[in-house]
Design a protein around this ligand. Structure first.
Ligand code: GDP
Ligand code: MG
Length: 166
């Protein structure tokens, strides 16, 4: 099996950290500063089941300048080129205009969308469940998977799930 997987979501939700965790290497730069990832970074994960090409993108957000516009364009282009989309969110921020805009864009895409609730190490389980419920109403997700990219919680399960869609 093989295919392309796009990582999208707001800046700072942990897209680069998750990609590094899944491939087991530190390729994409991660940081507390938003907009660390300015271009698209492509990495390849290989195991006995096949090969997954991850496309880490700058987050989708309201562009405030030319660089911002370029970054949003890169993220949007990625959506039409991948087999599966991982939409990363973090359970500290609730659904706002930014999330609704991402959902609107994703509703026009053919690829299955997996909602990844990252940073579950920072909140109580109840909050994660409330989060799942809130997001269910936003878009038809293929799967909803809670993970901690930083601690490596549930990230192997996410890989298993990904292979099901390739
Ligand atoms: P990106 O902008 O979406 O690529 O986000 P980054 O991967 O650069 O991560 C942004 C910040 O969130 C960094 O300080 C990461 O260490 C932190 N982070 C990422 N994943 C997790 C996680 O699962 N748990 C916690 N506590 N922090 C995380
Ligand atoms: Mg990044």
């Amino acid at each position: 099996k093989s295919g392309f997987v796009g990582l999208i979501g707001r800046p700072n939700v942990g897209k680069s950290t998750l990609m590094n965790r899944l491939i087991g290497q530190k390729i994409a730069i991660t940081s507390k500063k938003p907009q660390t990832t300015r271009n698209r970074i492509q990495t390849v994960y290989t195991d006995e089941r096949g090969q997954i090409i991850f496309l880490d993108t700058p987050g989708i957000h309201q562009a405030k300048n030319k660089l911002g516009e370029y970054m949003v364009k890169v993220a949007n282009r990625t959506l039409s080129e991948v087999d599966v989309i991982l939409w990363l969110v973090e359970p500290s921020t609730f659904i706002g205009a930014g999330e609704k805009e991402i959902a609107r864009q994703l509703s026009m895409v053919k690829a299955p969308v997996i909602l990844v609730i990252n940073k579950v190490d920072t909140v109580q389980k109840e909050q994660v469940l409330r989060f799942v419920d809130a997001y269910r109403g936003l878009l038809q997700f293929a799967e909803i998977v809670p993970v901690s990219a930083l601690k490596g919680l549930n990230t192997d399960t996410l890989l298993d799930i990904l292979y099901r869609y390739l």
